[in-house]
Design a protein around this ligand. Structure first.
Ligand code: B12
Length: 449
C-alpha cells in the first residue's frame, strides 16, 4: 500500500512570520537554545514500521522540507497514496485539519487519519471534523499497521483506531496496549526526513553537529502540566541499554555527527540501565557527545561521572519555577534546595546545564514570578528556555482549568499554544503584565549570561 505521512508546519500561515521572528529574536538574545525544529521521530518510527510491514511510505516533513500547501498538493498528486496520515500536537491541530481538508479535496476517496498527542486526547472533536476518517490513539505502530492490513472498510475492533459509521457517528476506541518490547520495533527511519537540515541547524544553534534520538518511551512522574502520558503512558519502557548505545554509535557514524540529543522525557530512570548504556559507549571508545533530559532529584554524582566518561556534555533540567508554591501546583515533587544542589553538582563535574522554566502558572502572583527571576539569576545556567504557562490538553492542569470553566474546548484557539504567544493568563497576573514580565525575564536573562 502507498502511504503518505505528513508532519504539518508548526505555525498557522497568518502567524508564521511573526512566530518565527519572535523565536529567532529570543535565540539571538542568547538565552534560548530551543526552537521547535526537530526531526519528526514519531513519524520516522511509523515509517520504519510500515516499511517493514511491506508498505511504500513517503514522509512529507513540511517544516523540514519547507513545503508549502501548494507543494504538498503536488506531492500528493504525484504519489497518489492510498492512505494519508497526519500527526498533530495541540498547537498544530488546526493546520493538521487544514491539510486533511486539502488532501480530501484533491484525493476525495482516500482515507485520512490523524494521530499524535492532540487526536489521542481529543478523539471525538477531531473525528467530527468533516475531512477526517480515522483517529489513531496512542502509539501508532500496531493500530495503523493493523488498519492498513485489514483494510479501511473494516476498521471495527482495532484497539486505538477510532472511525465513523456511515451516518458519521464517531466510534471511539480506547488506546492500543503499550508496546512492551521496544527492541522489536525497527529504529526510526532517519532517511525519511531531511536529516542534514536538522544537523546543520543544531550546529548553528548548539555548536554541535547532532541529531535527536529517543531510546525510551513513557515517564512515571506525574507533572501536572505535561501531556506525554497520554500517548506514551506512565510505564517506563526502554531499548536494551547496549542496543541503545550501539544505535547511537551507528547514527553518529552514518551521519558523521559530533553528538546526539536524547529527547526522552526522563533519561536516567534506572541506574542499572544507565551503567550498562554508559559502559557500552566507554568500551566502544565512543568519541561522541550527548545531552540528556532529567529531573533535579535524579542528578546523582556517580552516575553523572560515568555518563561524562561516556560523552555526556549537557543536562537539561525541568526546573520550572523558583516558587515552592508553584512547584507544588505543577506536582514537580522537587524542592528549591534540590534545584540548587543538582545545578551546583553538575557545574562542579563540568557538565553544561540548561533549564526549562515557565511563568504564569495557575495561582501565581508577581511575587512568585520574581522568585523565578531571582532563581534564574542565582543559577546562571548555560542556557534556558522560558515559557508562559499554557494548559495542554491531556495534562492534569488543563483538566482542572477546564472543569473550573476557565477554558473552553475551542480548537481554534489552540494554535496560540506557542508558549511565547500566550493570549490568556491562567494566573493572578493579567496577560499584558505577564507578557511584559516574560519579555523582561528574557531580556535580563540574556544579559546575565
Ligand atoms: C521532540 C518533541 C518536539 C519536537 C518535534 C515534534 C515532532 N514533530 O515530532 C519539537 C521541538 C518540534 C516540539 C515542539 C513542541 N512541543 Co514537543 N515534544 C517532543 C517530545 C520531547 C518527543 C516527541 C517524540 O518524538 N516522541 C517519540 C515518538 C515515537 O512519539 P510520538 O511523536 O508521540 O509519536 C507516536 C504516537 O503519538 C503516534 N503518532 C504520532 N503521530 C501520528 C500520526 C499518525 C497518522 C498515526 C497513526 C500515529 C501517530 O505514533 C507514534 C509512534 O508510536 C515530546 C515529549 C515526549 N517525550 O514524547 C514533546 C511533546 C510532544 N511536545 C509538546 C509540546 C507542548 C510542544 C510545544 C508546544 C512546546 C512549545 N513550547 O512551543 C511545541 C509545539 C510546536 C508546534 N507548533 O507543534 C507536548 C504536546 C502536548 C500536546 N497536548 O500537544 C509533548 C507531549 C510534551 C509535554 N510536555 O507534554 N516537540
Amino acid at each position: 500500500m502507498r502511504i503518505v505521512l505528513i508532519n504539518p508546519s508548526y505555525f498557522a500561515p497568518e502567524k508564521a512570520e511573526s512566530q518565527r521572528d519572535k523565536y529567532f529574536d529570543i535565540i539571538r538574545g542568547g538565552n534560548m537554545y530551543f526552537y521547535p525544529f526537530e526531526p519528526p521521530l514519531g513519524l520516522g518510527a511509523l515509517t520504519a514500521y510500515l516499511i517493514r510491514e511491506g508498505h511504500y511510505v513517503r514522509l512529507i516533513d513540511m517544516p523540514g522540507e519547507d513545503i508549502t500547501k501548494e507543494g504538498l498538493q503536488k506531492v500528493l498528486l504525484d504519489i497518489s497514496p492510498e492512505f494519508v496520515g497526519i500527526t498533530a500536537m495541540t498547537p498544530t491541530i488546526r493546520i493538521a485539519l487544514d491539510i486533511a481538508e486539502l488532501s480530501k479535496k484533491i484525493l476525495p476517496d482516500i482515507p485520512v487519519g490523524l494521530g499524535g498527542v492532540h487526536p489521542t486526547v481529543s478523539p471525538k472533536s477531531v473525528l467530527l471534523h468533516e475531512y477526517v476518517d480515522f483517529v489513531i490513539r496512542g502509539e501508532g505502530e500496531k493500530p495503523l499497521g493493523t488498519l492498513c492490513k485489514k483494510g479501511f472498510d473494516n476498521p471495527d475492533d482495532i484497539p486505538g483506531v477510532c472511525w465513523k459509521m456511515s451516518d458519521k457517528t464517531p466510534v471511539i476506541m480506547g488506546k492500543a496496549p503499550l508496546i512492551m518490547d521496544l527492541n522489536k520495533l525497527p529504529p526510526p527511519d532517519y532517511t525519511a526526513f531531511p536529516a542534514e537540515r536538522y544537523i546543520n541547524y543544531t550546529k548553528d544553534l548548539r555548536g554541535i553537529k547532532g541529531l535527536s534520538m529517543m531510546v525510551t518511551r513513557g515517564c512515571p512522574y506525574q507533572c501536572a502540566f505535561c501531556a506525554v502520558k497520554e500517548t506514551m503512558g506512565t510505564l517506563w519502557r526502554r531499548l536494551d541499554p547496549e542496543y541503545a548505545a550501539r544505535l547511537m554509535l551507528k547514527l553518529c557514524n552514518d551521519y558523521r555527527l559530533e553528538g546526539v540529543w536524547f529527547k526522552d522525557s526522563t533519561f536516567n530512570i534506572r541506574e542499572d540501565w544507565i551503567s550498562k548504556f554508559a559502559e557500552t559507549l566507554i568500551a566502544e571508545k565512543s568519541p561522541y557527545k550527548f545531552q540528556v533530559n532529567t529531573r533535579v532529584d535524579l542528578v546523582r554524582r556517580k552516575e553523572i561521572l560515568l555518563l561524562k566518561q561516556a560523552g555526556l556534555v549537557q543536562v537539561d533540567l525541568g526546573i520550572e519555577s523558583g516558587s515552592a508554591k508553584s512547584l507544588m501546583t505543577l506536582k514537580k515533587n522537587i524542592s528549591i534546595a534540590q534545584i540548587h544542589s543538582s545545578v551546583k553538582l553538575l557545574k562542579e563535574l563540568g557538565i553544561k546545564v540548561s533549564g526549562f522554566f515557565m511563568i504564569g502558572i495557575p495561582g501565581e502572583t508577581e511575587e512568585d514570578i520574581e522568585k523565578t527571576m531571582a532563581l534564574l539569576k542565582e543559577l546562571n545556567l548555560n542556557s534556558v528556555s522560558i515559557s508562559i504557562f499554557t494548559p495542554l490538553p491531556g495534562s492534569v492542569l488543563y483538566e482542572n482549568l477546564f472543569n473550573q470553566g476557565r477554558i473552553s474546548d475551542d480548537m481554534v484557539s489552540f494554535e496560540y499554544h506557542h508558549f511565547t504567544e500566550a493570549t490568556e493568563s491562567f494566573c493572578d497576573v493579567p496577560i499584558r503584565r505577564l507578557k511584559e514580565l516574560y519579555d523582561k525575564i528574557n531580556r535580563e536573562f540574556a544579559k546575565a549570561l
